[in-house]
Design a protein around this ligand. Structure first.
Ligand code: API
Length: 324
């Protein structure tokens, strides 16, 4: 059968990760990469084009992977591309997901396309696990821990602040909270009570450091609720000490089905590269979105709305053989 034809919009860490992930999925082929900047070339040798040139590819690309950041790119690129293509994105600004969903639902319904929004590992795989655990254990408590690791979303948000040349944000879970879950003594908590956010920032020459620090610490949705530390470092130190993009975490649900009958559900990730892993999730969902569109799916969908089996390259009959 024909390969699923994929395009990538945005050629940062996530877009490059998607290009790598596509090499491991032989039922899909990368057609082109679209960027705001004129790129010299791509890793895989497919054409590198400007985002404004995408419209000419309407009949040549089945699913567009939107690999921009949530802070500013996706708000604009999501509706724009879903008016032309089936899309998958990793929009992850929690408080803005309902509004983003509404915008994508409107543009994709109007164009007759399917748009999978907020796909990745959190939101994404972690969301699926929280839903599953809550449905199975209605009497219980959820806990989500991230890190220690580099949040792409938070790092991108810091890099958008004027005067910031580059930056990384580490999400650091409080160890005593993790121990508390493991020993069954932690009461229900909010994420901002059990994580610290550490930012390492390279400033532009002459930038107002105090203004940058204030802009980070008061940023709604990303930092304002959290204990946040900001360190300014030289470009050399940044390159030497903050090169990687590891991340991970776990989703726990503890619950009881009758008095003194306890259960623990746990899902854990340990990732050497957050963007390469997130991109791999986007690519699996590209396959699902292709099938969703073939089945008449129109409008915006989240991971909760997409049949799990459609993520697999195998057919439903093949998957039934693997139920046990
Ligand atoms: C954090 C998590 C990371 C979720 C993963 C992904 C990202 O604060 O570290 O931005 O890297 N919310 N959404």
């Amino acid at each position: 059968s024909q390969k699923i034809r994929i395009g990538i919009v945005g050629y940062g860490n996530l877009g490059k990760g998607a290009e790598l992930a596509l090499r491991q999925n032989t039922d899909m082929e990368l057609v082109a990469v679209f960027s705001r900047r004129r790129l010299e070339k791509t890793l895989s040798g497919v054409p590198a084009l400007l985002v404004d040139e995408a419209e000419a590819y309407r009949d040549k690309i089945d699913v567009m992977l939107l690999c921009g950041g949530s802070a500013t790119d996706l708000i604009e690129q999501g509706p724009r591309f879903s008016s032309l293509f089936n899309t998958v994105d990793s929009f992850d600004t929690h408080a803005k997901i309902p509004a983003y969903y509404a915008a994508m639902e409107q543009s994709a319904k109007a164009s007759g396309k399917a748009a999978a929004i907020s796909v990745g590992w959190d939101p994404g795989l972690f969301s699926l696990n929280r839903l599953l655990a809550g449905a199975v254990l209605p009497q219980g408590t959820d806990y989500t821990f991230w890190g220690k690791g580099v949040s792409q979303g938070h790092s991108d948000a810091v890099r958008r602040i004027p005067g910031v040349k580059t930056a990384k944000q580490y999400t650091v879970p409080k160890q005593e909270a993790i121990s508390g879950v493991r020993s069954g003594t932690l009461p229900p908590v909010n994420a901002h009570e059990v994580h610290v956010r550490d930012c390492y920032v390279v400033a532009e020459p002459g930038a107002d450091l105090a203004a940058i620090e204030t802009a980070i610490k008061t940023m709604p949705h990303y930092f304002s609720d959290y204990e946040t530390h900001v360190s300014f470092v030289s470009e050399q130190e940044f390159e030497a000490s903050h090169a990687g993009t590891p991340h991970g975490g776990f989703v726990f649900r503890t619950g009881q089905t009758s008095p003194d009958v306890n259960h623990v559900m746990e899902f854990a990730l340990k990732l050497d590269s957050n963007p390469e892993f997130t991109a791999s999730v986007l690519v699996a969902y590209a396959r699902a979105v292709f099938r969703l569109a073939q089945h008449g799916g129109r409008g915006a969908y989240t991971v909760f709305d997409i049949p799990f089996g459609w993520l697999s390259p195998k057919s439903a009959a093949e998957l039934r053989q693997e139920l046990l």
